[in-house]
Structures are given as structure tokens and as C-alpha cells.
Design a protein around this ligand. Sequence first.
Ligand SMILES: *Cc1c(COP(=O)(O)O)cnc(C)c1O
Length: 391
Amino acid sequence: MTEQVISRSSSQEAVIQKDAKYVMQNYGRQQLVLESGDGCIVRDIDGREYIDCVAGIAVNNVGHSHPKLVEAIKKQAEKLIHVSNLYYTAPQAELAEKLVEITGMSRVFFCNSGTEAVEAAMKLARVKTGKTEFVAVEHAFHGRTMGALSITYKEIYRNPFKPLVQEEKFVTSNDAEAVANAITDKTAAVIIEPIQGEGGINIPSDAYLREVRRICDETGTLLIFDEVQTGFGRTGKWFCKEHSGVQPDIMTMAKAMGGGFPMGAIAAREGIAFERGQHAATFGGNPLACAAALASIDIIEEEGLLRHATEMGDYFMSRLKKISLEGVVDVRGRGLMIGVELDRKCADIVDFALQKGVLLNCTSEKVLRIAPPLIITKEQIDSVVAVLEQA
Ligand SMILES: *Cc1c(COP(=O)(O)O)cnc(C)c1O
């Protein structure tokens, strides 16, 4: 790969200044204005290329602007974009059928983002159990709306917005006894990410998840898996729950669902469903989003991306375990959801990689998150590893 020295060009500067003036400054962003992409590559507005190991935060699983995804969106947009849920559309019914097939659940509800999926799961758990509280896990991230925020661990996210939907009720990760002790007669559900994404790529054991399932069954508590980040092939399976074989009562999905088109959903087992009037979303399951999701699922199937993600993930992790990057505490992951934990903050490495043409990001400050499109090749992985070796 050629050396790229990033200085803010006048075209990038103009965009960044306009943002500084007109957009609320709630994001800490890289000094980079992106314009186009294909496959695992994105290009900035000056034409420099980057290997994308962020994938829009585990969203662009089928790569950037996949021709089949673009074609499906174009075709649907020409026909019908939105009509609301006052009417039926074929793409929504078709996608629901497909999701039931790949989740093994019974029915779905459509929304537009991860946090909305978590809100829907919380409402469904409350209305089905008549109970109000949720047990969540330390370092969990479930979103930023008031309900999801109540079960998100980071105090800096939560504290400025109190009172929330409930007081803190977090248990140590990977400790089934802690879950059993936290459940009371007010507990509607236990919510778990089968791999924590924002919390630092933390992988609970399969035995723990199975034990939590047993505890939930015994106490009549619902089990919710938040698969917003782990879904749609990210870990080498359609959903991460397949690794442990544990079937939750409700699961959330979003991020990669529409291949980059905003979309979210929950799926629930037989007997757990909203009834008329209990929940709604104006845009939820609109034909354009559904066409994007159907195309994205098709691509994952046709291109064998579940297997490819497993193979490339194993290759990536084996290469990462061998490099002599100073201060590496741990390399862990499943499929192409990989974390490299350091003994220090990793912002410097992210900046260095950007200079060298690789997009990375840190999660939980000390963990480099590697979540490229599932179509990444060995050659691209080698280039990324070479950059990390220099870091
Ligand atoms: C990203 C994420 C969310 C929130 O999704 P948004 O689309 O940003 O609202 C919720 N849960 C998990 C596990 C996530 O990774």
C-alpha cells in the first residue's frame, strides 16, 4: 500500500467547517470526509483510498454499494418508497417470512434502528409479563433512547438524563448466579448481548448463556438477546445465538440488516407478540427498507458470507495473535467481530492506521474493534496486519 499523508485539503476543510457551524457537535469524528466506496474500500473526497475495518460500525456486512443491493434499492424506489402500516406491501411480508426462517423465531415487528428495536423488546416484555424491570449486564450497550439508556452501562451516557425508566440493575458478565440473584418478582426480562460490541468485544461463555436460559425458564422471566451488532453474519452465523444454541424469547436486530439502509426489527417466539395498538412505527418495514434487507440477506446467502466470515475471522485472528504489537493484552472474537485489547488507549493506533489507509476504531477506549465487511479478502487482511505491525 502506498504511503498516504493526510492533511486536511481545502475540500475536506470546507465540509468540516460547515459541520462545525451547523451540526450539533455531539460526535467525536476522525478528520476525514468520505465520498464513495465499493467492497471493502472507501474513498475520501480527495480520492484517497482506505481499507474499511469499521464498516459503518458493523453495518456494511455486504460491502459498500454492492451492485445487487444498489439495484434492489433503485428498483423498489422507482415503484414505491413508503405507504405506512395502514396498508400491506409484499416486500414486508416476504422479509418477515425470511427473518422467521433465519432466526427460528415466530413473528417479527419492524422499526428503524437498534435503539428502537431495544425499546420494542422492552415494551413487549413489559406488556407480556405485566412486570416492569430489566436485568442487564455490566458494560452492556443497548442504545440511547430513554428505555435502552436505562439498561446501558456507561454512567457518562446515563447520568445526565436521569430519572430514566429504571434504576441501575447491572450484573457481572458471565456470572449466571448473579443473574439468578438479581431476578425479583418485578423482573420482566434479562437482556444480554451474545457478544458485547461497544463494551469491548466481550464474549460470554456458551455455558453461561445456557444457564441463564435455564434460570429464566425456572423463574418465568423472559430472555432478550440484543443481536443488533452481532446479527446478519457478523460472527459467522446468521445470529450469534447459534454458537450457544440458546434461543431467546425476544431478539433485536438492526445495524447490518439493510446492508446500510436504516432498519431494525425484533423477532419473538410463539406466544410473544404485540397485539393491535400496542406498538407502531410510521416508517417501520417500509418497502424500500425491506427491499434493501431482502437483497442484503440474498447476497449473504449467494456469496457464502457466513462461511467466509468464519474463515477470514480465523485467519485475521491468527495473524493478529502473531504480530508483535506492543502492549497487546488479548485478541478475541468470533467471525469478523474481533477485538484487540491493549494496555493503553488505542486512539493513537486508530490515527496511525488512518494515515496508512486503514479505518479502525476503538471501543471501550482500550479495545481496537475490527469489523470489516464480510467480503474482506486475505490480501486485504494482510495489508491491515502490515499496518498494525508498523504501529
Ligand atoms: C449499536 C447498538 C444499539 C443501538 O443501535 P442504534 O441503531 O445506534 O440505535 C443497540 N444495541 C447494540 C448491541 C448495539 O451494538
